[in-house]
Design a protein. Structure first.
Lengths: 204, 100
């Protein structure tokens, strides 16, 4: 009975603390690693809520695949650049903190009014089937079979879209349209539109 | 047993932290991570409600949400890489072509 409460009160500060640390961390790599910690604690919460399959999916898909993808892109874009702290709108930062506190308070009071702080859920959770994962499989493949198939189409579309958007240079096309900043950087000496080859043709 | 509302309040706290991250940060990657945090907070509340009602529909919904989040991460990171190639910057303030 109380071991779950102890586990909750151990894991909840880790979860909230890693989320706040991710918010305040200037380096993107450390932010990604703190988010992995947060995903692990969420997996533990899934386990406490009788969802062992979602626990495994959370660890494999989120903490494994998605965060590795994030870290890969961070390394691709360069890890050494720090975020600039200049705000375009002067009142944005205090207003954001105020807004976030208001959202948290609103959810707190909504939970207190709507659910209450005493109910512990239904005890006979995995009654239909041999276990929670089997019961979830029955729900997925009977009630939600068509959405399940549609998600596979969605995954294929997402993969093709990522290849089309990010892999444009693989076929030997002109790599990228050079931006204006790059042109200004490269135009320290002579611009490339003035080749010296045309000069001898005009002289005779 | 832990009361269900503890998980719901924790989910709300994580969601508001994610909201603050989306509004505060300027790096597009960190904004994206904050969106992931918001999605995970909502997943936690879905699983908690599933436990409260003794019904597995919430877990199935959280599962679909994870699949869609994976697809969304792939496409979003491709967009960020594409923008970075053009502008040499992952700062969201630099992508201001459509700003009035």
């Amino acid at each position: 009975m109380t071991t779950q409460l102890v586990l909750f009160w151990v894991m909840a500060p880790i979860s909230v603390g890693s989320a706040i640390a991710m918010l305040l961390q200037r380096s993107a790599v450390y932010a990604a690693l703190l988010l992995v910690v947060n995903f692990f604690t969420l997996g533990v919460f899934y386990l406490m809520l009788d969802a062992p399959f979602l626990f495994a999916v959370q660890i494999i898909v989120y903490a494994g695949a998605i965060m590795v993808l994030f870290l890969f892109v961070i390394m691709l874009l360069g890890v050494d650049r720090k975020e600039s702290l200049i705000e375009r709108l002067p009142a944005q930062r205090p207003l954001t903190v105020l807004f976030a506190l208001l959202v948290a308070a609103e959810i707190f009071f909504a939970v207190r009014l709507g659910v209450g702080f005493s109910g512990t859920g239904s005890p006979s959770f995995a009654a239909n089937g041999g276990g929670s994962t089997q019961a979830l499989a029955k729900v997925l493949f009977k009630n939600y079979f068509f959405p399940f198939e549609v998600t596979s189409v969605l995954l294929i579309i997402a993969a093709i879209a990522a290849i089309v958007m990010a892999g444009r240079t693989a076929r030997g096309e002109p790599s990228d349209p050079i931006s204006e900043e790059q042109l200004e950087l490269e135009a320290g000496g002579a611009p490339p539109e003035l080749p010296p080859v045309e000069e001898p043709e005009r002289v005779p | 047993m832990t009361p269900i509302s503890y998980f719901l309040v924790l989910s709300g706290i994580l969601f508001s932290i994610g909201t603050a991250g989306v509004l505060l940060r300027r790096n597009a990657l960190v904004i994206f991570m904050s969106v992931e945090l918001q999605l995970n907070a909502v997943n936690l509340s879905l699983v908690a409600f599933s436990k409260q009602h003794g019904n597995l529909t919430g877990q199935a919904l959280a599962f679909f949400s994870m699949v869609v989040a994976a697809a969304e991460v792939v496409v979003g990171l491709a967009i960020i890489v594409s923008i970075f190639r053009r502008r040499r910057s992952a700062n969201v303030d630099d992508a201001n072509l459509l700003r009035w």
